[in-house]
Ligand binder design. Structure first.
Ligand SMILES: Cc1ncc(COP(=O)(O)O)c(C=O)c1O
Length: 399
Protein backbone atom coordinates (compact mmCIF):
# COMPACT_ATOMS: atom_id res chain seq x y z
CA UNK A 1 0.00 0.00 0.00
CA UNK A 2 1.27 3.49 -0.88
CA UNK A 3 2.33 5.67 2.07
CA UNK A 4 -0.36 8.30 1.43
CA UNK A 5 -3.13 5.73 1.48
CA UNK A 6 -1.66 4.14 4.60
CA UNK A 7 -1.63 7.52 6.35
CA UNK A 8 -5.36 7.91 5.75
CA UNK A 9 -6.36 4.56 7.27
CA UNK A 10 -8.09 4.54 10.63
CA UNK A 11 -5.85 4.17 13.69
CA UNK A 12 -6.32 0.42 14.23
CA UNK A 13 -5.41 -0.35 10.62
CA UNK A 14 -2.41 1.99 10.73
CA UNK A 15 -1.19 0.14 13.82
CA UNK A 16 -1.50 -3.31 12.25
CA UNK A 17 -0.41 -2.71 8.65
CA UNK A 18 3.23 -3.30 7.85
CA UNK A 19 4.51 -3.34 4.26
CA UNK A 20 6.12 -6.64 3.16
CA UNK A 21 9.88 -6.75 2.83
CA UNK A 22 10.70 -5.99 -0.81
CA UNK A 23 13.37 -8.68 -1.31
CA UNK A 24 11.85 -11.63 0.59
CA UNK A 25 8.14 -10.63 0.69
CA UNK A 26 8.10 -11.60 4.38
CA UNK A 27 5.05 -10.06 6.05
CA UNK A 28 6.77 -9.94 9.42
CA UNK A 29 9.52 -7.30 9.45
CA UNK A 30 13.08 -8.56 9.08
CA UNK A 31 15.76 -7.88 11.65
CA UNK A 32 19.14 -6.57 10.57
CA UNK A 33 21.47 -7.19 13.48
CA UNK A 34 24.68 -6.00 11.83
CA UNK A 35 26.58 -3.29 13.68
CA UNK A 36 28.60 -2.42 10.59
CA UNK A 37 27.91 -2.21 6.86
CA UNK A 38 30.13 -2.67 3.83
CA UNK A 39 31.07 0.38 1.77
CA UNK A 40 31.66 0.58 -1.98
CA UNK A 41 32.75 3.60 -4.00
CA UNK A 42 29.15 4.79 -4.51
CA UNK A 43 28.23 4.43 -0.84
CA UNK A 44 31.46 6.14 0.12
CA UNK A 45 30.60 9.06 -2.19
CA UNK A 46 27.08 9.28 -0.71
CA UNK A 47 28.55 9.64 2.76
CA UNK A 48 31.06 12.23 1.59
CA UNK A 49 28.19 14.15 -0.06
CA UNK A 50 26.19 14.14 3.19
CA UNK A 51 23.44 11.68 2.11
CA UNK A 52 24.10 9.66 5.24
CA UNK A 53 20.58 8.38 5.86
CA UNK A 54 20.43 6.93 2.32
CA UNK A 55 23.10 4.37 3.17
CA UNK A 56 23.96 2.20 6.16
CA UNK A 57 27.15 3.19 7.92
CA UNK A 58 27.40 1.98 11.50
CA UNK A 59 24.86 0.73 14.06
CA UNK A 60 25.09 3.78 16.32
CA UNK A 61 24.14 6.07 13.42
CA UNK A 62 21.09 4.12 12.25
CA UNK A 63 19.87 0.67 11.28
CA UNK A 64 17.25 -0.63 8.79
CA UNK A 65 15.18 -2.29 11.56
CA UNK A 66 15.17 0.99 13.46
CA UNK A 67 13.92 2.81 10.33
CA UNK A 68 11.09 0.28 9.94
CA UNK A 69 10.00 0.90 13.53
CA UNK A 70 10.27 4.66 13.08
CA UNK A 71 7.99 4.51 10.05
CA UNK A 72 5.37 2.56 12.00
CA UNK A 73 5.58 5.10 14.84
CA UNK A 74 5.13 7.98 12.39
CA UNK A 75 2.00 6.26 11.13
CA UNK A 76 0.41 5.84 14.53
CA UNK A 77 1.40 9.21 15.98
CA UNK A 78 0.54 11.11 12.78
CA UNK A 79 4.13 12.41 12.66
CA UNK A 80 6.23 13.81 9.83
CA UNK A 81 9.41 12.39 11.37
CA UNK A 82 10.48 9.96 14.06
CA UNK A 83 13.72 9.09 15.80
CA UNK A 84 13.90 5.91 17.89
CA UNK A 85 16.20 5.78 20.91
CA UNK A 86 17.61 3.28 23.41
CA UNK A 87 15.03 4.14 26.08
CA UNK A 88 12.33 6.64 26.98
CA UNK A 89 14.88 8.63 28.99
CA UNK A 90 17.19 8.65 25.95
CA UNK A 91 14.33 10.15 23.90
CA UNK A 92 13.82 12.83 26.58
CA UNK A 93 17.54 13.63 26.97
CA UNK A 94 18.25 13.70 23.23
CA UNK A 95 15.27 16.02 22.65
CA UNK A 96 16.15 18.43 25.46
CA UNK A 97 19.87 18.53 24.65
CA UNK A 98 19.07 18.84 20.96
CA UNK A 99 16.69 21.78 21.45
CA UNK A 100 18.42 23.72 24.22
CA UNK A 101 21.60 25.63 24.78
CA UNK A 102 23.16 27.41 27.75
CA UNK A 103 20.96 30.33 28.90
CA UNK A 104 17.67 28.78 27.76
CA UNK A 105 14.64 28.33 29.98
CA UNK A 106 11.90 25.68 30.21
CA UNK A 107 8.44 25.82 31.70
CA UNK A 108 7.51 22.35 32.92
CA UNK A 109 4.73 20.81 34.93
CA UNK A 110 5.44 20.01 38.58
CA UNK A 111 4.68 16.37 37.93
CA UNK A 112 6.74 14.42 35.47
CA UNK A 113 8.47 11.05 35.65
CA UNK A 114 11.09 11.28 38.43
CA UNK A 115 14.16 11.02 36.16
CA UNK A 116 12.77 13.74 33.89
CA UNK A 117 12.21 16.01 36.89
CA UNK A 118 15.70 15.34 38.21
CA UNK A 119 17.25 15.93 34.79
CA UNK A 120 15.54 19.34 34.61
CA UNK A 121 15.97 20.25 38.27
CA UNK A 122 19.60 19.18 38.70
CA UNK A 123 21.46 18.03 35.60
CA UNK A 124 20.47 20.74 33.11
CA UNK A 125 21.08 23.46 35.70
CA UNK A 126 24.76 22.47 35.57
CA UNK A 127 24.71 23.64 31.95
CA UNK A 128 22.95 26.95 32.76
CA UNK A 129 19.54 25.74 31.57
CA UNK A 130 16.85 26.68 34.07
CA UNK A 131 13.37 25.22 34.54
CA UNK A 132 10.32 26.81 36.18
CA UNK A 133 8.00 24.15 37.57
CA UNK A 134 4.31 25.06 37.47
CA UNK A 135 0.87 23.50 37.34
CA UNK A 136 0.31 23.26 33.57
CA UNK A 137 -3.41 22.68 34.14
CA UNK A 138 -3.38 26.35 35.22
CA UNK A 139 -2.83 28.36 32.01
CA UNK A 140 -2.32 31.63 33.93
CA UNK A 141 0.51 30.03 35.93
CA UNK A 142 2.16 28.87 32.70
CA UNK A 143 1.78 32.32 31.12
CA UNK A 144 3.30 33.98 34.20
CA UNK A 145 6.28 31.60 34.16
CA UNK A 146 7.24 32.32 30.53
CA UNK A 147 10.38 34.45 30.11
CA UNK A 148 11.98 35.99 27.02
CA UNK A 149 14.43 33.03 26.95
CA UNK A 150 11.76 30.29 27.34
CA UNK A 151 12.33 27.72 24.61
CA UNK A 152 10.13 24.81 25.67
CA UNK A 153 6.84 24.12 27.43
CA UNK A 154 7.02 20.52 28.68
CA UNK A 155 4.37 18.29 30.24
CA UNK A 156 3.08 14.72 30.35
CA UNK A 157 -0.32 14.22 28.71
CA UNK A 158 -1.29 12.10 31.72
CA UNK A 159 1.25 12.77 34.46
CA UNK A 160 3.15 9.98 36.21
CA UNK A 161 1.87 9.30 38.84
CA UNK A 162 -0.53 12.13 39.77
CA UNK A 163 -2.71 11.35 36.71
CA UNK A 164 -3.03 15.08 36.00
CA UNK A 165 -4.29 15.73 32.46
CA UNK A 166 -2.70 18.72 30.74
CA UNK A 167 -5.04 20.94 28.67
CA UNK A 168 -3.15 20.49 25.40
CA UNK A 169 -4.81 22.95 22.97
CA UNK A 170 -4.60 26.03 25.29
CA UNK A 171 -0.96 25.22 26.11
CA UNK A 172 -0.12 24.93 22.43
CA UNK A 173 -1.88 28.23 21.66
CA UNK A 174 -0.04 30.04 24.45
CA UNK A 175 3.33 28.60 23.39
CA UNK A 176 3.01 29.04 19.64
CA UNK A 177 1.99 32.70 19.98
CA UNK A 178 5.50 33.17 21.41
CA UNK A 179 7.37 30.70 19.14
CA UNK A 180 7.91 28.35 22.08
CA UNK A 181 8.22 24.65 21.22
CA UNK A 182 5.73 22.32 22.93
CA UNK A 183 7.16 18.96 23.98
CA UNK A 184 5.13 16.32 25.76
CA UNK A 185 5.66 12.84 27.12
CA UNK A 186 2.73 10.63 26.11
CA UNK A 187 3.90 7.43 27.82
CA UNK A 188 1.04 7.07 30.35
CA UNK A 189 -1.58 7.59 27.65
CA UNK A 190 0.03 5.81 24.66
CA UNK A 191 -0.87 6.78 21.07
CA UNK A 192 -4.05 4.66 21.36
CA UNK A 193 -5.45 6.98 24.03
CA UNK A 194 -4.02 10.34 22.93
CA UNK A 195 -2.18 11.58 19.85
CA UNK A 196 -0.77 14.96 20.89
CA UNK A 197 0.54 15.89 17.42
CA UNK A 198 -3.09 16.02 16.25
CA UNK A 199 -3.60 18.75 18.90
CA UNK A 200 -0.69 20.91 17.72
CA UNK A 201 2.11 19.66 19.98
CA UNK A 202 5.49 19.93 18.20
CA UNK A 203 7.30 16.92 19.65
CA UNK A 204 5.82 13.88 21.36
CA UNK A 205 8.00 11.51 23.35
CA UNK A 206 7.16 7.95 24.30
CA UNK A 207 8.81 5.44 26.55
CA UNK A 208 8.09 2.64 24.07
CA UNK A 209 9.18 0.30 26.87
CA UNK A 210 5.63 0.60 28.19
CA UNK A 211 2.40 0.27 26.18
CA UNK A 212 4.01 0.25 22.73
CA UNK A 213 6.16 -2.81 23.52
CA UNK A 214 3.40 -4.07 25.77
CA UNK A 215 5.05 -7.26 27.06
CA UNK A 216 7.62 -6.05 29.65
CA UNK A 217 10.48 -7.45 27.57
CA UNK A 218 12.08 -4.46 25.83
CA UNK A 219 13.43 -0.94 26.52
CA UNK A 220 13.11 1.79 23.90
CA UNK A 221 11.93 5.31 23.21
CA UNK A 222 10.67 7.49 20.41
CA UNK A 223 10.72 11.15 19.44
CA UNK A 224 7.96 12.02 16.95
CA UNK A 225 7.60 15.44 15.38
CA UNK A 226 5.11 17.51 13.40
CA UNK A 227 5.98 21.15 13.71
CA UNK A 228 6.00 24.46 11.89
CA UNK A 229 8.42 25.91 14.45
CA UNK A 230 11.28 23.50 13.83
CA UNK A 231 13.25 22.70 10.68
CA UNK A 232 11.73 19.74 8.78
CA UNK A 233 14.98 17.80 9.26
CA UNK A 234 15.28 18.63 12.95
CA UNK A 235 15.20 14.96 14.06
CA UNK A 236 17.88 14.09 11.50
CA UNK A 237 19.94 16.98 12.85
CA UNK A 238 19.64 15.71 16.42
CA UNK A 239 20.31 12.13 15.29
CA UNK A 240 23.77 13.31 14.19
CA UNK A 241 24.56 16.16 16.56
CA UNK A 242 23.12 14.66 19.77
CA UNK A 243 21.95 11.02 19.67
CA UNK A 244 25.00 9.64 17.88
CA UNK A 245 27.27 11.64 20.21
CA UNK A 246 25.47 10.47 23.36
CA UNK A 247 25.51 6.93 22.01
CA UNK A 248 21.78 6.40 22.54
CA UNK A 249 20.44 4.51 19.51
CA UNK A 250 17.89 1.72 19.81
CA UNK A 251 19.18 -1.85 19.40
CA UNK A 252 17.82 -3.59 16.25
CA UNK A 253 16.19 -6.46 18.15
CA UNK A 254 14.45 -3.96 20.45
CA UNK A 255 13.17 -2.01 17.45
CA UNK A 256 11.83 -5.29 16.04
CA UNK A 257 10.07 -6.22 19.30
CA UNK A 258 8.52 -2.76 19.45
CA UNK A 259 7.32 -2.99 15.83
CA UNK A 260 5.60 -6.23 16.81
CA UNK A 261 4.12 -4.64 19.95
CA UNK A 262 2.55 -1.80 17.96
CA UNK A 263 0.47 -4.26 15.97
CA UNK A 264 -1.54 -5.28 19.04
CA UNK A 265 -1.59 -1.87 20.75
CA UNK A 266 -5.26 -1.20 19.99
CA UNK A 267 -6.65 -4.52 21.17
CA UNK A 268 -4.50 -4.56 24.29
CA UNK A 269 -5.37 -0.99 25.22
CA UNK A 270 -9.06 -1.36 24.48
CA UNK A 271 -9.29 -4.15 27.06
CA UNK A 272 -6.93 -2.48 29.55
CA UNK A 273 -8.74 0.90 29.42
CA UNK A 274 -12.09 -0.80 30.01
CA UNK A 275 -10.73 -2.76 32.98
CA UNK A 276 -9.02 0.38 34.37
CA UNK A 277 -12.34 2.25 34.29
CA UNK A 278 -14.07 -0.64 36.10
CA UNK A 279 -11.31 -0.86 38.71
CA UNK A 280 -11.29 2.92 39.24
CA UNK A 281 -15.05 2.91 39.93
CA UNK A 282 -14.65 -0.09 42.21
CA UNK A 283 -11.87 1.56 44.23
CA UNK A 284 -13.83 4.83 44.45
CA UNK A 285 -16.58 2.99 46.32
CA UNK A 286 -14.19 0.91 48.47
CA UNK A 287 -14.28 1.68 52.24
CA UNK A 288 -10.49 1.16 52.66
CA UNK A 289 -9.50 3.48 49.79
CA UNK A 290 -9.19 7.20 50.59
CA UNK A 291 -8.99 8.61 47.08
CA UNK A 292 -8.76 7.48 43.45
CA UNK A 293 -7.24 9.34 40.50
CA UNK A 294 -8.41 8.22 37.05
CA UNK A 295 -9.24 10.71 34.24
CA UNK A 296 -12.45 8.83 33.44
CA UNK A 297 -13.94 9.47 36.88
CA UNK A 298 -16.13 12.54 37.29
CA UNK A 299 -14.24 13.25 40.51
CA UNK A 300 -10.95 13.70 38.56
CA UNK A 301 -10.00 17.43 38.57
CA UNK A 302 -9.42 17.48 34.77
CA UNK A 303 -12.21 15.04 33.81
CA UNK A 304 -13.82 17.56 31.42
CA UNK A 305 -10.47 18.31 29.75
CA UNK A 306 -9.77 14.58 29.40
CA UNK A 307 -13.21 13.98 27.88
CA UNK A 308 -12.62 16.72 25.33
CA UNK A 309 -9.17 15.60 24.17
CA UNK A 310 -8.93 11.81 24.63
CA UNK A 311 -11.14 9.14 23.11
CA UNK A 312 -10.27 6.80 26.03
CA UNK A 313 -9.01 7.49 29.57
CA UNK A 314 -6.07 5.13 29.68
CA UNK A 315 -4.95 2.01 31.54
CA UNK A 316 -3.19 3.77 34.45
CA UNK A 317 -4.75 4.77 37.75
CA UNK A 318 -3.63 5.63 41.26
CA UNK A 319 -5.32 5.35 44.64
CA UNK A 320 -4.41 6.25 48.21
CA UNK A 321 -4.56 3.96 51.24
CA UNK A 322 -3.19 6.32 53.90
CA UNK A 323 0.54 5.68 54.29
CA UNK A 324 3.53 3.80 52.86
CA UNK A 325 3.27 0.85 55.28
CA UNK A 326 -0.34 0.20 54.34
CA UNK A 327 0.48 0.58 50.64
CA UNK A 328 3.32 -1.93 50.99
CA UNK A 329 1.00 -4.44 52.71
CA UNK A 330 -1.47 -4.20 49.84
CA UNK A 331 1.12 -4.71 47.12
CA UNK A 332 2.95 -7.45 48.97
CA UNK A 333 -0.31 -9.36 49.33
CA UNK A 334 -1.32 -9.23 45.68
CA UNK A 335 -1.12 -12.59 43.97
CA UNK A 336 -2.41 -11.89 40.46
CA UNK A 337 -1.28 -8.25 40.32
CA UNK A 338 2.49 -7.87 40.20
CA UNK A 339 4.52 -5.59 42.55
CA UNK A 340 6.99 -4.25 39.99
CA UNK A 341 8.66 -1.05 38.81
CA UNK A 342 7.42 -0.63 35.27
CA UNK A 343 4.07 -0.30 33.48
CA UNK A 344 2.30 -0.93 30.21
CA UNK A 345 2.67 -4.73 30.01
CA UNK A 346 0.08 -7.47 29.62
CA UNK A 347 0.21 -8.13 33.37
CA UNK A 348 -1.18 -5.72 35.93
CA UNK A 349 1.76 -4.07 37.68
CA UNK A 350 1.76 -1.89 40.77
CA UNK A 351 4.15 0.33 42.68
CA UNK A 352 4.35 2.89 45.48
CA UNK A 353 5.63 6.04 43.67
CA UNK A 354 6.76 7.89 46.84
CA UNK A 355 8.92 4.97 47.95
CA UNK A 356 10.10 3.76 44.56
CA UNK A 357 10.50 5.95 41.43
CA UNK A 358 10.26 9.23 43.42
CA UNK A 359 12.25 8.13 46.50
CA UNK A 360 15.14 10.53 45.72
CA UNK A 361 12.83 13.54 45.45
CA UNK A 362 12.40 15.48 48.74
CA UNK A 363 9.00 14.97 50.41
CA UNK A 364 7.90 18.65 50.04
CA UNK A 365 8.51 18.42 46.30
CA UNK A 366 6.71 15.07 46.10
CA UNK A 367 3.67 16.61 47.80
CA UNK A 368 3.79 19.55 45.36
CA UNK A 369 3.74 16.92 42.60
CA UNK A 370 0.61 15.39 44.11
CA UNK A 371 2.39 12.22 45.30
CA UNK A 372 1.29 11.12 48.76
CA UNK A 373 3.12 8.43 50.76
CA UNK A 374 0.14 6.06 50.62
CA UNK A 375 -0.38 6.35 46.86
CA UNK A 376 -0.45 3.12 44.88
CA UNK A 377 0.04 3.20 41.10
CA UNK A 378 -1.64 0.56 38.98
CA UNK A 379 -0.92 -0.28 35.36
CA UNK A 380 -3.92 -2.36 34.39
CA UNK A 381 -3.16 -5.41 32.27
CA UNK A 382 -5.19 -7.96 30.40
CA UNK A 383 -6.33 -10.24 33.23
CA UNK A 384 -10.05 -10.79 33.80
CA UNK A 385 -11.20 -7.69 35.68
CA UNK A 386 -13.27 -9.70 38.20
CA UNK A 387 -10.14 -11.62 39.16
CA UNK A 388 -8.29 -8.31 39.60
CA UNK A 389 -11.06 -6.91 41.80
CA UNK A 390 -10.94 -10.06 43.95
CA UNK A 391 -7.11 -9.92 44.16
CA UNK A 392 -7.04 -6.23 45.22
CA UNK A 393 -9.98 -6.82 47.58
CA UNK A 394 -8.13 -9.63 49.37
CA UNK A 395 -4.91 -7.57 49.53
CA UNK A 396 -6.71 -4.46 50.86
CA UNK A 397 -8.35 -6.51 53.60
CA UNK A 398 -4.85 -7.50 54.85
CA UNK A 399 -3.70 -3.87 55.46
C1 LIG B 1 6.16 8.90 31.94
C2 LIG B 1 7.49 8.25 31.71
N1 LIG B 1 8.35 8.81 30.83
C3 LIG B 1 9.56 8.29 30.60
C4 LIG B 1 9.98 7.15 31.26
C5 LIG B 1 11.35 6.61 30.99
O1 LIG B 1 11.26 5.51 30.16
P1 LIG B 1 12.42 4.39 30.02
O2 LIG B 1 12.38 3.60 31.28
O3 LIG B 1 12.03 3.65 28.80
O4 LIG B 1 13.69 5.13 29.88
C6 LIG B 1 9.13 6.53 32.17
C7 LIG B 1 9.56 5.31 32.87
O5 LIG B 1 8.90 4.80 33.73
C8 LIG B 1 7.85 7.09 32.40
O6 LIG B 1 6.99 6.55 33.26
Amino acid sequence: MKKDKRKNLNFDSRAVYCPPDEATKSISPNIVMSSSFQYDAEIFQNIVDGARKEVNIYGRCGNPTEYQFEEQMMMIEGADACLATASGMAAISVTLLGLLKSGDHIVCDWTTYSSTHEMLDHRLTDYNIETSFVDTANIDAVRDAIRPNTKIIYFETIANPSMKVAPVAPLVELAHARDIVVVCDNTFASPYVMRPLEHGVDIVLESATKFIGGHSDVIGGTICMKSDLLPKDFLEQIRWNTMVKLGAPIAPFNAWLLSRGIQTLSVRLERACKSAATLAEHFEGHPLVNKVWYPGLESHPQHEIAKAQMPKFGAMLTFDVGDGDRALKVLDNLELGCFSASLGGVRTTTQIPALMAFLDIPKEERLEMGISDGMIRVSVGLEDVDDLIADFGAALSKM
